[in-house]
Design a protein around this ligand. Structure first.
Ligand SMILES: Cc1cc2nc3c(=O)[nH]c(=O)nc-3n(C[C@H](O)[C@H](O)[C@H](O)COP(=O)(O)O)c2cc1C
Length: 326
């Protein structure tokens, strides 16, 4: 359904890369409920080259966690290549993305993430180096501009990246300074799509099948990334597919279904997440809150959940909340 370089991707609805979120447990739950293509969490190139256990842990996967893509963060073309070569020896990926979208100051101050939008020469150097050395396609993820949406510069950047060898471009329809809030610039994505020769995948505010449909219709994009819309709502993938193929009104998940999948998600974190116990319970608390969102008194539940210290207590509290409230 989507051709990225030499690779046929069997869906045009993908789980986005999300740092600290799209780990193995998250991806397995998403896949069980309809996600047909996922991203690993973003990996820092420097840390991977130096075998940092956290970066290696991010690449944890199992046989059924496929097909999948990876994303690298960095700014030095040589380090990016070393990291890419290491990464593809460790995991089997369909393509490799270069993060040119992360708005975090710690990242942009080092010339990586969204700051690559302001340095097309370096971004193209990275793309050229990777695309000419790797056997898999190289893609980039960008925003619509740095300080604000800047169509002219973005179109020029897209053209340069295509020439440098990028096989597809993921466009988060916000500028770097918007962070994760505010309107999506559908018009900007539409113009990029019209001008580009390679596939354009839209990202931003995909919180329902209707928003997914809107992204496709208003931009003509070739595919979409589902990001925060999948938090505590892995059903969104099937809902989007059903709605796009037959305009079927999505069936909402019941509290019983939510509780069952939440428990499974927690169990998978327990099984696969290789972090110290306090960090692990912190991740479980965060994930539990995603699933409880929308229940009455979610704020009071959050307060209670933050004080819980074990998986069993967390499961009991969630069961209680779903069945009886706070
Ligand atoms: C917690 C979080 C972490 C993210 N991490 C990454 C990342 O590592 N790489 C990336 O390209 N985008 C990252 N994103 C951006 C998403 O992939 C997506 O483009 C963005 O959230 C817009 O989609 P949405 O409005 O549907 O959530 C992250 C977003 C969130 C909320």
């Amino acid at each position: 359904m989507l051709k990225i370089g030499s690779k046929n991707i069997k869906t045009n609805v993908m789980l986005a890369p999300m740092s600290g979120c799209t780990d193995l447990a998250f991806r397995l739950v998403a896949r069980e409920l309809g996600a047909k293509f996922c991203f690993f969490e973003m990996v820092d190139a420097n840390s991977l080259v130096y075998n940092h256990p956290k970066s290696l842990g991010m690449l944890k996967t199992i046989k059924k966690d496929t097909p999948i893509a990876a994303q690298l963060l960095g700014s030095d073309p040589d380090i990016m290549l070393q990291a890419a070569q290491k990464l593809i020896k460790l995991v089997d990926i369909s393509f490799l993305d270069i993060n040119s979208a992360c708005p975090v100051k710690k990242v942009t101050s080092k010339g990586a993430g969204a700051s690559l939008l302001n340095n097309p020469a370096n971004l193209c150097k990275i793309i050229k180096k990777l695309a000419s050395s790797l056997a898999i396609p190289v893609t980039i993820k960008i925003r619509t501009g740095y300080s604000k949406t800047d169509l002219k510069s973005t179109l020029s950047l897209v053209e340069k990246c295509e020439k440098a060898g990028a096989s597809a471009i993921f466009v988060h329809g916000r500028s770097r300074s918007q962070g994760y809030a505010g309107e999506i610039d559908y018009e900007c994505i539409r113009t990029i799509k019209k001008e580009a020769k390679i596939p354009i995948i839209g990202s931003g505010n995909i919180f329902s099948p209707y928003m997914a449909d809107k992204m496709f219709k208003q931009t003509g994009c070739d595919g979409i990334l589902v990001a925060r819309g999948a938090f505590g709502n892995p059903w969104i993938f099937k809902q989007i597919q059903d709605y796009l193929s037959s305009a079927k009104t999505p069936k909402l998940s019941t509290n019983t279904q939510k509780l069952k999948i939440l428990k499974k998600h927690l169990k998978l974190i327990d099984k696969y997440k290789q972090v110290a116990p306090p960090a692990k319970i912190g991740i479980m608390q965060k994930v539990t809150m995603w699933y409880l969102k929308g229940l009455p008194e979610a704020a009071r539940m959050r307060y209670k959940i933050c004080s819980i210290k074990t998986l069993d207590e967390l499961k009991n509290a969630a069961t209680h909340f779903f069945k009886k409230g706070v």
